[in-house]
Design a binder for this molecule. Sequence first.
Ligand SMILES: C[C@@]1(CC(=O)O)c2cc3[nH]c(cc4nc(cc5[nH]c(cc(n2)[C@H]1CCC(=O)O)[C@@](C)(CC(=O)O)[C@@H]5CCC(=O)O)C(CC(=O)O)=C4CCC(=O)O)c(CCC(=O)O)c3CC(=O)O
Ligand SMILES: NC(=O)C1=CN([C@@H]2O[C@H](COP(=O)(O)OP(=O)(O)OC[C@H]3O[C@@H](n4cnc5c(N)ncnc54)[C@H](O)[C@@H]3O)[C@@H](O)[C@H]2O)C=CC1
Length: 211
Amino acid sequence: MNGYYPIMLQLRGKRCVVVGGGSVAERKVAGLLEAGADSVTVVSPALTERLERLAAAGEIGYVRKRYAEPDINGAALVIAATDDPQVNGRVAADAGRAGIWVATADDAARGDFINPAVVRRGDLMIAVSAAGASPSLAVRIKRELEEKYGPEYAGYTRRLGELRKLALEKVADESRRRDVLRMAAEEEEPFKEAGESVERWLERLLKLTER
Ligand SMILES: C[C@@]1(CC(=O)O)c2cc3[nH]c(cc4nc(cc5[nH]c(cc(n2)[C@H]1CCC(=O)O)[C@@](C)(CC(=O)O)[C@@H]5CCC(=O)O)C(CC(=O)O)=C4CCC(=O)O)c(CCC(=O)O)c3CC(=O)O
Ligand SMILES: NC(=O)C1=CN([C@@H]2O[C@H](COP(=O)(O)OP(=O)(O)OC[C@H]3O[C@@H](n4cnc5c(N)ncnc54)[C@H](O)[C@@H]3O)[C@@H](O)[C@H]2O)C=CC1
């Protein structure tokens, strides 16, 4: 069994380098951009059409050549996604020596992290991993979760965030505040009340927690 520690990384302002420009690299780049990474550079002699477009639009940096060690200078995160296991191995070794977090698309054992399958609904993020045993299982479970947690959860999560901010300001009693916030996250029909202002929502929940 593989042990992994799940964390949510803030990538804003961090240099991310993807080595390789094929279909796997394209998926990894898309994931980095969705996560808000603002400094993504691809190193590869060739790019997919979509990566070409992203490079032309300035959304990603592009170094048109085969990988060499200096390409990962100053990186915080590196993903090796070429179709050449030897190149991926060199990237992993170079990054390892430089103390840079690295993942390899062809052999998880050589890297420091792996990418889970992800459902994003605004600030709500659900990540599924089988630690490399079966990417297809992670994808299947992601699809099931997409059905259960639809696009409406983006707005619901945003409102919960606003409610929590307001409660932190207005409800001094810690245990009552915790009750209110737990109830808000468990409301049976959270979307029925979507027209309700956050202030009214808080009032209603406070009434429900009155002894
Ligand atoms: C270890 C890991 C390392 C990493 O890449 O991070 C890894 C490794 C490998 N994947 C392989 C194959 C496939 N990968 C996918 C898809 C995804 N793979 C992803 C993650 C991971 N893949 C990490 C572990 C995830 C975990 O378990 O937690 C996802 C979830 C996220 C992402 O890539 O961002 C993304 C779905 C995105 C989405 O749809 O949401 C599909 C299905 C498809 O393409 O539809 C197939 C074919 C079917 C199959 O094999 O099941 C191969 C064999 C290659 C070969 O045959 O040569 C290896 C190499 C190996 O196993 O050593
Ligand atoms: N982790 C995952 O989710 C998956 C991983 N894989 C693995 O990922 C590998 C790559 O798959 P694809 O993207 O489909 O292959 P691909 O053939 O579409 O792309 C390979 C890319 O690597 C580039 N490349 C080759 N040598 C290079 C070098 N020396 N320096 C920089 N770039 C170089 C090529 O120009 C090309 O852009 C596969 O060989 C497989 O082992 C495959 C499927 C899923």
